[in-house]
Design a protein around this ligand. Structure first.
Ligand SMILES: O=C(O)CCC(=O)C(=O)O
Length: 454
């Protein structure tokens, strides 16, 4: 088959692209690093009821067909133009080189991700809950990341339930664990409404002042991706602050996720994840829309012996595979041959991926996947609306284990004035136990506030 010039170029240079993409993936969570990376991070405009989408950033339009498994391919598509969504002046202006670079990079990443999907696809299975007392759990034997490695040593720590111990064991041996029911259904539903409200406020704010984009979306306005992005959240959502409600949806969600004795709180509070001293690191919502392409396989923090970052992706509504799952490569948080093949790239990586059993999340509203951020993973494509795609909203919490002293590779995914203050899980728990959480000062004498004041 004759390859187009673009394909030929891509195949010749895909190893270089791979290294570039990995560097980007490691640093992409940092707004500080953003000017060097152009990785798509940020919430965005809605693509509307399109079947598929072309990303058009500041006049630079990508017209390549999306190659989404399970969706008619190539697909008809509509164009979402960020310039028109953010009329009134964007950082960088309509000829922003950064926006053009972003679009090119995004296209290259999608090609790489599609190749990886083809290699992984035969061995990808839904992630199941870990099952106790089996050498290989159902989940694990099905390739699930929820496998339970009997005999894996677990760090001693606070007394925890058998279920929590099983999850910790799984997290330690596989690097990832499916944890159902961390948020009540009502709280999850309230969070959707709250995040939608925060998103409209943030959009309005950056329309008036595009320079505020990094503080709210973690990326400059001219590279906001209409189909995939992060929204940095306040500890108390604006709606509840305005209503004078100390127990708004975000506070309730944090209580259900972080308090001692809760399913997720007991994981974050474990010695493995850093205990009460663990530093609060991410508070964000991840949104993808129908037509969002698959991400390349990546880790969020490079390998170091002691795991530095643990993250929970919590579904605010049911997420079918067609809306985009997260696919994990269990066990790749360790310095194994598989992990080294990934780092080596090229044929070694392809050979590893073609044999590797991977596990993708299937989350109902309120369910979470918790992972050691050294673990290889990727967001899969959110299909066209006609193929079952649609908005996916994840509530994300991350804590840093202070015992890990090596480089973490990314800055906190937090609003700017929440960062680098050493706010701990323990301190957040005390606040959540108080009558007016996060309404006053933190232990450093500075107000928690909305995270935006500098
Ligand atoms: O979209 C997902 O499920 C995964 C997102 C992710 O891994 C990332 O943005 O680093």
């Amino acid at each position: 088959m004759k390859l187009s010039a673009a394909h030929t170029l891509y195949y010749r240079h895909r190893n270089i692209l791979f290294v570039l993409c990995m560097l980007l993936c490691v640093t992409k969570r940092t707004s500080e690093a953003y000017t060097h990376t152009f990785y798509p991070r940020g919430a965005s405009t809605y693509s509307g009821a399109s079947t598929t989408t072309i990303i058009s950033l500041q006049g630079h339009t990508t017209v390549r067909p999306l190659h989404i498994r399970g969706a008619g391919n190539p697909q008809s598509r509509t164009t979402t133009n960020l310039s028109s969504s953010f009329e009134g002046g964007l950082e960088g202006g309509p000829t922003s080189a950064r926006a053009a670079l972003f679009a090119d990079l995004k296209e290259a990443q999608t090609r790489m991700a599609d190749d990886e999907r083809d290699l992984l696809e035969q061995n990808t299975y839904p992630m199941l809950e870990p099952v106790p007392g089996k050498k290989k759990s159902k989940a694990r034997s099905a390739g699930g990341g929820g496998g339970f490695g009997v005999g894996a040593k677990i760090a001693p720590g606070p007394v925890v339930s058998t279920a929590t111990k099983l999850r910790l064991d799984t997290l330690q041996s596989e690097g990832v664990c499916y944890v159902p029911g961390v948020l009540g259904k009502d709280t999850a539903a309230d969070m959707i409404e709250t995040v939608q409200g925060e998103l409209s406020r943030a959009m309005k704010a950056i329309k008036e002042d595009p320079a505020g984009s990094v503080a709210r979306f973690n990326v400059p306005a001219d590279v906001i991706d209409p189909l995939r992005g992060y929204l940095l959240l306040p500890l108390r959502d604006e709606g509840s602050v305005e209503a004078g409600d100390p127990n708004g949806a975000t506070v309730r969600a944090l209580r259900e996720c972080l308090s001692t004795g809760t399913v997720l709180g007991d994981l974050f509070g474990s010695d493995l994840c850093g205990g009460g001293d663990a530093e609060w690191y991410d508070l964000t919502a991840l949104r993808t829309e129908a037509g969002a392409t698959r991400q390349p396989i990546h880790y969020d923090t490079p390998y170091q012996k002691v795991p530095g970052l643990f993250c929970a992706f919590i579904a605010m509504s049911d997420v079918e595979y067609s809306k985009g799952a997260t696919v994990f490569l269990p066990g790749t948080h360790k310095n194994t041959a598989e992990r080294r093949a990934f780092e080596e790239g090229g044929e070694a990586k392809d050979a590893m991926l073609s044999k590797k059993r991977s596990a993708h999340t299937v989350l109902k509203a309120g369910d979470a996947v918790v992972f050691d951020m050294r673990t290889l993973h990727a967001g899969t494509a959110n299909l066209a609306l006609s193929e079952g795609g649609g908005q996916r909203l994840l509530f994300i919490l991350t804590f840093r284990n202070r015992k890990a002293t090596g480089t973490l590779g990314h800055a906190p995914n937090l609003r700017p004035s929440y960062r680098h203050r050493g706010i701990t899980l323990g301190e957040m728990r005390e606040e959540l136990d108080s009558p007016e959480p996060f309404a006053g000062d933190a232990s450093d004498g500075v107000p928690f506030g909305d995270g935006l004041q500098q």
